[in-house]
Design a protein around this ligand. Sequence first.
Ligand code: FAD
Length: 517
Amino acid sequence: SSNLYKNDICSKLPSDNPTVSSQSEFSILPSSLKSLSLDGHIFFEDIQHAANDFGNRYHFLPAAVLHPKSVRDISSVVRHVYELGNTSMLTVAARGRGHSVAGQAQTHQGVVINMQTLQEQKMCFHTGDLPYVDVSGGELWINILHEGLKHGFAPKSWTDYLHLTVGGTLSNAGISGQAFRHGPQINNVYELEVVTGKGEIVTCTKQHNADLFYGVLGGLGQFGIITRAKISVEKAPKRVKWIRMLYTDFSIFCQDQEHLISSDNYFEYVEGFVIINRTGLLHNWRSTFSPKDPLQASKFHSEGKTLYCLEIAKYFNPEESDTVNQRIEVLLEELEYIQFTLFLSDVSYMEFLDRVHVSEIKLRELGLWEVPHPWLNLLIPKSKIHDFAKEVFGNILTDTNNGPVLIYPVNKSRWDNKTSMVTPQEDLVYLVAFLSSAVPSSTKSDGLEHILAQNRRILDFCDSSSLGAKQYLPHYNTQKEWKAHFGSKWEVFRKRKYRYDPLAILSPGQKIFQKEK
Ligand code: FAD
């Protein structure tokens, strides 16, 4: 449909704002969907869970939820919807773990595909010159880690939190502290199996069906459903030296972070975070970290200043511990953190990688996990990071403490520009993640409206100061905004949509294209 590609179509959708849709609004489910022959099951009742996500702000009730047992199931459903053509408004949303924050894995009165039930073939590790793991698109990264460690192998590039699916993170990018070395997760894939918006099952690599391969990586679910992936792995280390240190001077903090990602790459992981208006934080670290100099560290007081914490990690095996310690000591001398604010920890590789899950368990116990999460993730070019920090940490966020604010540089020379993912123009880019929670007993400064207003101010500042920033895990309501987001990549993105999902069936919750009746 030609209208599909007009500007601003999405702004006319009823679903512009966080909302709740109900079954009674539409009743358009073709009975033919019920009579499809499937290896798995399709459910039409008790499916409210698919109308929620980690963001807990957008709620679109689907008409059905497919629990596929095979790729054939996924292909049959998508092909069926495709063949109904424009006579139906049915759309299809693959749902990984539903850890999006703005309805991206939802569909209003369409079919949600619960990717986690797709377990047709077992996860398989292949060793050799280029070792890889062959996994289902619905597999959780934490399961890959568990299984990999049995074979002594693990993926190279991670996310901070591993209870996410392969298909979900590969549709975005998958960025964590290893990305400066290995690129994001989308740069560590050898092969994908994809079900396109026409229901075709296609295998693609950099050489074979390369256009689809690159399109799907970072493609926000627009061109196909990832049903399998071959992901590059390396020998897994046993342990990790995990180190934190503090700065009050933002320039020195950045200088040290940039030094660490551009020097001899001794460390495998470099991240950092901003500490605004917090007391007792260092005390909380004590369960995991020990200060190098406990007596001096206990005398450290931030005096209300904003602090920047540099976080680095070195992987090692127990027999290398002494040499690793010596080398780390030398390298730390090159850094200019505040004296006596060095905190060290020695943990298993599993403990290090699954660290956010520990917080999840605590927050769940307190009933603070299932609250609204108005997250904002930005990529800021290095040349503008100081302007950004001055305004955002100095003016906009001064009274806030709604969740972690991560900040770390990544080196784009390790990223493949052919994927659908959009980044700022420069080679060095900072990821800044505002991971806010709107807790129920909110005072004015931590309520949802306040956080959303802050996010708006940050985005407005980026725009008005022409920082050249890009949203990561982007969320927009109009095609005009999406066009601006994709910039020079928009034409390719649009053409790929037309080629692989011409009826705009897939991942409607991204609100990039709209199916036409
Ligand atoms: P979903 O939210 O279910 O889906 C995301 C999108 O992809 C939807 O549009 C959906 O339709 C589509 N999709 C899902 N599965 C498939 C598939 N198989 N094929 C095609 N399309 C599909 N991200 C980072 O990069 N780095 C981090 O460190 C990080 N930390 C996080 C920590 C937490 C606590 C949370 C909640 C999220 C974090 N994320 C991080 C974001 C995360 O990568 C994205 O939210 C991702 O989309 C979640 O994966 P999911 O499997 O739940 O996908």
